[in-house]
Design a protein around this ligand. Structure first.
Ligand SMILES: Cc1cc2nc3c(=O)[nH]c(=O)nc-3n(C[C@H](O)[C@H](O)[C@H](O)COP(=O)(O)OP(=O)(O)OC[C@H]3O[C@@H](n4cnc5c(N)ncnc54)[C@H](O)[C@@H]3O)c2cc1C
Length: 440
């Protein structure tokens, strides 16, 4: 962790969530030479897969290039949704009605399942069925999402209701938006405490978790796989890749299919409780309809605001992204202008070319990734399903299996097109917001 300066004040460049988690437990420093299941990546995907296979008696090992949990899984916004971005209509046009419904249902299943998993395993990670307020940045977007809420309830049984602008203060202490939609089943969590809980479950199940042990080569042979790692060779019968936004050259086929994108978050200093209640009267998590979305929420103890998004076309240092995010946050909540920020951090999410998560088996290697910035429930759920697949259990099957995992010609994992795309979207968002403000 380093201390950076934001507006002349000291600010940590590490995830706010890491301030308040137990230290990592004692872990083995070297890998086992021979295992049943070797898992590359120790976030939610990898840990859930590991818990599943280890509980079934498979000798399971998780390897991470950094400390366990170093990736997105300890630095996200802690917002839990259904994680499926494309609408039923869009998916139906591509896959037909039955498959489209099945894919959308997986999102619902992941959201409901995590809500059962956390208490049933006794994990203490501030899980709260808070609901989400999804705010419209223009009147036209309000009309669209309000209509969409009706369709979701009718066609998919998803709970959602619209809140018009004149009632918005009951949901959000901001007049910037033009109304919104509430999703009561969405939830919030402390992501790092959740990850620590998973690590404990994995250890109890006998998983061998080794940090600072990058996997550099995965080679298939007649009896399984031979992995080269920073700390020696490993033989494994099955291999699972769970590297999401940090997928690299060790799996070039996957690297060509995910787009790493930086996402940025800030945390404010402790605020008066009355102010946090004014901003978040229902304690819901929040997001908006901009193409380059903002997501924000109160901290679990209701004393701070955590505000996330993407503030520049190019990837930015957290000393630069912090003040920019602060300025954007104060446009939505001018009440926060007098307060300082204490944390500014970032991480790499993985987008896909069709905005869907993907799981499958390529050349014998199992994988799940591409959660498009919404992976708390989906990474956990697909990790578990992947573990079940390795065990040969039918419950491991998902509606994502067998979908084409698209790439683009000449794309090798370096998203050179991203700055221009983000700049264009941000410009559109700004113009739309300014027009909406001028006309209201
Ligand atoms: C700032 C931010 C905010 C977000 N907010 C939300 C949110 O509010 N809600 C939500 O649902 N999702 C959110 N997400 C996304 C969510 O956190 C991720 O989708 C999820 O954590 C992915 O988990 P994972 O286990 O697949 O990957 P990760 O947790 O990223 O883990 C991947 C791991 O793979 C390791 N690795 C990579 N290559 C190798 C190798 N060769 N050898 C060994 N190890 C390797 C990395 O070191 C890393 O630890 C956010 C992400 C970020 C960055």
């Amino acid at each position: 962790m380093a201390v950076i300066e934001v507006f002349g004040k000291e600010c940590k460049d590490s995830s706010f969530w890491l301030d308040d988690v137990p230290a990592l437990p004692e872990l083995p420093s070297v890998p086992l030479e021979d295992v049943d299941v070797a898992i590359v990546g120790s976030g939610y995907t990898g840990m859930h897969a590991a818990i599943e296979t280890a509980r079934a008696g498979r000798k399971t090992m998780v390897l991470d290039a950094q400390e366990p949990g170093w990736g997105c899984s300890t630095r996200n916004g802690g917002q839990i949704s259904t994680s499926i971005k494309p609408s039923l209509e869009k998916l139906t046009a591509k896959y037909g009605a039955t498959r489209a419904r099945a894919i959308r249902k997986e999102g619902e299943a992941a959201l409901e399942w995590i809500g059962d998993f956390v208490p049933s395993e006794g994990l203490e990670c501030d899980f709260l069925r808070s609901g989400r307020y999804h705010a419209a940045h223009t009147p036209a977007h309000y009309e669209e999402i309000a209509r969409g809420a009706e369709t979701l309830s009718r066609a998919e049984g998803i709970e959602a209701f619209a809140v018009p602008r004149h009632e918005q203060r009951s949901e959000l202490g901001s007049d910037t938006y033009h109304g919104g939609v509430v999703f009561p089943r969405h939830a919030s969590i402390n992501p790092a405490k959740y990850h620590r809980g998973l690590l404990t479950l994995a250890q109890l199940a006998g998983v061998h978790v080794v940090g600072h042990c990058a996997v550099t080569v995965i080679k298939r042979d007649a009896v399984g796989f031979l992995l080269s790692t920073a700390k020696g060779q490993v033989r494994a019968r099955d291999v699972i890749v769970a590297t999401n936004g940090y997928t690299g050259g060790v799996t070039p086929w996957l690297q060509r299919r995910v787009i790493p994108i930086g996402s940025y978050v800030i945390a404010t200093e402790p605020l008066p409780k009355a102010l946090v209640c004014e901003l978040f009267p229902t304690s819901r998590i929040a997001s908006d309809t901009r193409k380059v979305v903002y997501y924000y929420r109160p901290s679990p103890d209701g004393t701070r605001v955590l505000f996330g998004g993407r503030v520049s076309a190019n990837e930015a240092d957290t000393a630069i992204s912090g003040p920019k995010l602060f300025a954007d946050m104060c446009q939505i909540f001018p009440q926060l202008a007098p307060y300082a920020i204490t944390h500014s951090w970032s991480g790499q999410v993985a987008y896909t070319f069709d905005e869907l998560a993907h799981t499958g088996v390529h050349e014998g290697v199992h994988y799940a990734m591409g959660y498009c910035g919404a992976g708390v429930s989906m990474a956990s759920y697909l990790g578990k399903r992947m573990g079940q697949k390795v065990l040969g259990r039918p419950e491991g099957t998902t509606a994502f299996d067998g979908l084409t995992h698209p790439t683009r010609p000449f794309y090798t994992g370096n998203p050179w097109f991203l700055p221009a795309t983000v700049a264009w979207y941000r410009r559109q968002d700004r113009i739309e917001s300014e027009r909406a403000a001028a006309s209201s």
